[in-house]
Design a protein around this ligand. Sequence first.
Ligand code: G3P
Length: 214
Amino acid sequence: MKFFLDTANLAEIKEVAGWGILDGVTTNPSLCAKENMAFEDLVKEICRYCPGPVSVECVSARAAEIVPEARKLAALSSNIAVKIPIGLEGLKATRVLSQEGIMINTTLIFSPSQALLAAKAGSRFVSPFIGRLDDISQEGMEVIEQILAIFDNYSFETEVIVASIRHPRHVVDAALLGAHIATIPYSVIDKLVKHPLTDIGIEKFLKDWGKVKK
Ligand code: G3P
C-alpha cells in the first residue's frame, strides 16, 4: 500500500519523507490556503521534497479552461498529478489530458459510478472522500470496496486513493480491502505507529536493562 501525505505543509512533508514511508502528496485549495506561500512556489517546493506524485487541484469549471490550467500545473514539475473534480466537463478534460500523458487524479468522488466514469476517461487516480461520507452517516468504506471490485472486474489500471481519512482505523480498513493508496493527514499518520503497550514495554525493558550485569 502506498502512503501519500494529505497536506501542503512543507515541514510535515519533510518530516514524513525522513521516515522513509512517503510515496506521494495530495493537496487541495483548502490545504494550500493554510500555507503562507505563493501557490506556484509552494507546489515547486513540495515537488522537491516528494519524489512521488504530488496532486494539485484545478479550479476551472469548463473543459476548455480546465485543459490549459492543467497543462500549466503539470509543467511545474514532472511528478505533478492534476486533480480535477468529477463532472462531465472534468471527464472531457481528463480524456484530452490523459492522452497527452498528464496524470489526472479525479477528486471529490462519492460513488462507484463516478469512479467508473473517471477510470474510463483515463484518470490515473480516483479519490473517494470516505470521511465526508461517514460524516453524513453513509459507509465510506463500502464505496471503496465497490470501486475496487469494479476496477478489478475490468482490469482498470486506475489506482484508488482513499481520501478524507480521519483516523488510523480508516487506514487499516483500506489496507484490508487492498486499496492502492491512502492519503493521510499528518495528525493520523503520526498515530499509526503508536501503541500504549509498546511504550510500556520499552519502559520496562529499559528498567530491566539497568539491572543486567555488564
Ligand atoms: O484528500 C482529500 C482531503 O483533503 C479531504 O479531507 O478531511 O477535508 O474531508 P477532509
